[in-house]
Design a protein around this ligand. Structure first.
Ligand code: ZN
Length: 384
């Protein structure tokens, strides 16, 4: 049980456990709430222990943006009452962030009502409440607000101006891909007559201009997306892949014909979310040569790198908010020819760089040189 796990972890002592259990019997609260009230554990420790206890992944969710189409499936009062928030979709399953994963019954109810599997990820209660606010009340951010460099933004706008074809948005989970897709759709909303999500496609009606497919995770979804892209719609979908080249290779792995991918692909954009340095306490920092070397830099007294020293505003963390780091692959003739040969990701990446693509690492480095992110987060981008 939870108390024993915290005891094993060394988070609480046997006496503290005993006192908390007696407190719980008297108050009737959830055990976790008793521990928090008595300040025996932090929210992070509690959520991590709950995640371990229930074998669900624990994530630091602050800064994530819930997928609005997922949020729309669960009424807000229900989300608040049960301390959960829909995050997005993983293949057929709805992914839900839950503060109390011991409450299995509520997930069973949700699966029954929605008629689809629900996958749980655990986070702290504060993160869940923050995401409830973001999910049910948050505005859609414009592409300009996401942190794309002017050059990447121009290339992305141009790609979204294509009358038809496939636009992929790639990144690992929590990289902000859903936010980018929604910003792209809101940008496209200015010109499109009809924007459909893939779930609407069984409904007969006028041909859609723009189709959002959510996550392209199965061969079935991939085929559908490419078919519509080649039939005249602009199709936007996310792919779980580390970078732009990896996203294209993922489509080939999902058994799409290379010729058709080469024909239909308009652009693949890849991203990461990195922590922004707190503007309240940003200061120049000398960085270890080892960290610099890992991202191809040498120490240079004329080049300032920064970090947050910690202040009241950032509660001592040195960070405030998140920033997207991006790369965008737009195939030219040579890259289309290469796609027809089923390249591996490394080869395709090389060709894209040769054609002028600024990589995730390039973008992260430039953001570090502008004093927006730390060198550690640049290294993190390089490590994938
Ligand atoms: Zn600060």
């Amino acid at each position: 049980m939870l108390g024993e796990r915290l005891l094993q972890n060394g988070s609480i002592s046997p006496d503290e456990l005993q006192a908390a259990l007696e407190d719980q019997r008297a108050s009737g609260e959830l055990f976790g709430d008793v521990l928090l009230r008595r300040r025996l554990v932090t929210e992070d420790e509690l959520a991590a222990a709950l995640a371990q206890e229930t074998c669900v992944p624990f994530v630091a969710a602050s800064g994530m943006t819930p997928d609005p189409t997922a949020v729309a499936l669960v009424p807000e009062p229900f989300a608040r009452r049960h301390l959960l928030v829909p995050l997005g979709f993983y293949e057929d399953a709805l992914e839900v962030l839950q503060a109390n994963p011991l409450d299995v019954a509520v997930i069973d109810d949700l699966q029954r009502v929605l008629g689809r599997p629900v996958q749980v990820v655990c986070a702290t209660r504060s993160d869940v409440l923050q995401l409830i606010e973001a999910g049910y009340h948050g505005p859609v951010r414009s592409l300009e607000e996401l942190g794309l460099s002017r050059r990447t933004l121009n290339v992305f706008h141009e790609a979204l101006g294509a009358p038809s074809g496939l636009v992929l948005v790639a990144g690992p989970r929590g990289a902000g891909t859903t936010t980018t897709v929604h910003s792209a759709l809101s940008h496209l909303g200015r010109r499109a007559r009809n924007i459909l999500t893939v779930d609407d496609m069984t409904v007969t009606g006028p041909d859609p201009d723009v189709i959002m497919v959510g996550e392209i995770g199965s061969a079935e979804t991939a085929h559908l997306a490419l078919r519509e892209a080649l039939a005249g719609a602009l199709v936007v979908g996310t792919v779980r892949a580390p970078d732009a080249a990896g996203a294209v290779v993922r489509l080939l792995d999902l058994e799409l014909e290379p010729d058709r991918v080469a024909e239909g692909l308009v652009a693949a954009i890849a991203q990461r979310l990195v922590r922004l340095i707190c503007p309240g306490c940003r200061a120049p920092a000398s960085e270890p040569a080892g960290a610099l070397a890992r991202v191809g830099l040498v120490p240079d007294p004329d080049v300032a790198l920064y970090r947050g020293t910690g202040c009241e505003r950032c509660e001592g963390s040195g960070y405030g908010g998140y920033l997207g780091v991006f790369e965008i692959l737009v195939p030219d003739g040579a890259i289309r020819a290469l796609v027809r040969e089923r390249p591996d990701a490394a080869r395709l990446r090389e060709a894209a760089v040769a054609a002028g693509m600024a990589t995730l690492l390039d973008d992260a480095l430039s953001k570090a040189l502008f004093g927006r992110i730390t060198i550690e987060d640049v290294v993190g981008t390089a490590d994938g």
